[in-house]
Design a protein around this ligand. Sequence first.
Ligand SMILES: Nc1nc2c(c(=O)[nH]1)N[C@H]1C(S)=C(S)[C@@H](COP(=O)(O)O)O[C@H]1N2
Ligand SMILES: [Mo]
Length: 319
Amino acid sequence: MNILKKPSWYISENEVTPKEIFDKRRGFLKLGAASLVATSSVIELFAKESLPLKNLNYLEDKNPDKLELNSYEQITSYNNFYEFTTSKEGVKPLSKTLNTNSWDIIVDGLVEKEMIIRFDDLLKNFQLEERIYRFRCVEGWSMVVPWIGFKLSDFIKYVKPLSKAKYIRFETLFDDEMFPDQARGFFSTISYPYVEGLRLDEAMNDLTILAVGLYGSSMPKQNGAPIRLIVPWKYGFKSIKSIARVSFVEEEPLNSWQKENPREYGFYANVNPNVDHPRWSQKKERVLGKFFKQDTLMFNGYQKEVASLYANMDLKKYF
Ligand SMILES: Nc1nc2c(c(=O)[nH]1)N[C@H]1C(S)=C(S)[C@@H](COP(=O)(O)O)O[C@H]1N2
Ligand SMILES: [Mo]
């Protein structure tokens, strides 16, 4: 039998929130390499956390609302990414074929200068921040994720759209060797590339980020590596993954889910407990890992920050 004497700082994973484990690890990393003369119990702790090594530098989110984080395991094992499969548990194993090396992003349309930016170069230009956000899928489940990213507004200022630009449009990579559902052609689940868009003022809002990681390290493939959009007050399908093209346009883009089913999905997709999906209520949601449902909040709890964007709009019409 292998009996390990547990040091004073050791607590069982079940007794702490993922956030506490995360902070504990942060403490370790600050101590630097010298502290990594790892004892077996240290290795054991790291394994138990099942967190990857932190490899990003960012400003910490102080989590003023004390949101309870979902675990790394939960966030990375239950995914929507139709390019791989419609099975939420199936995405992680299948996503191995996504190759993010030398990832380029095309920037075109109504900009001062169209360009192709290498993802690694892009990163050098922006301040990374942690953003602990609620994330609500239109299907009725939700989670809390510590994303790492930079403000989409910083990116927009960097690429300088023309004044004629009213919307921003995003495309996921099209590559039928990396994405099995794209290889099915006519028989694919939805049409590709996946497209999403925002009105420019929504894109410039301080909450909107381009995320490049979570829990302190690079974005896992199943969550949309290397770079994805996060718009926390909108249903999850707006948060397009694995972005390969960003365009500035005059007209409202036709986003993928609206194209598939315009009766059920619109352009705005603001989280709204008062506007039901045609086939189910949006009043409640199940947080991953929780047994009881909780109330869904207007604009997913970000009313203070975003309600003014929709001041004169009928949210039943612009759903
Ligand atoms: N390219 C692409 N982006 C996508 C999707 C997708 O199928 N393909 N699914 C969307 C939906 S419906 C949700 S809920 C979120 C899920 O993100 P997650 O797997 O990181 O939780 O990604 C969104 N972005
Ligand atoms: Mo979703």
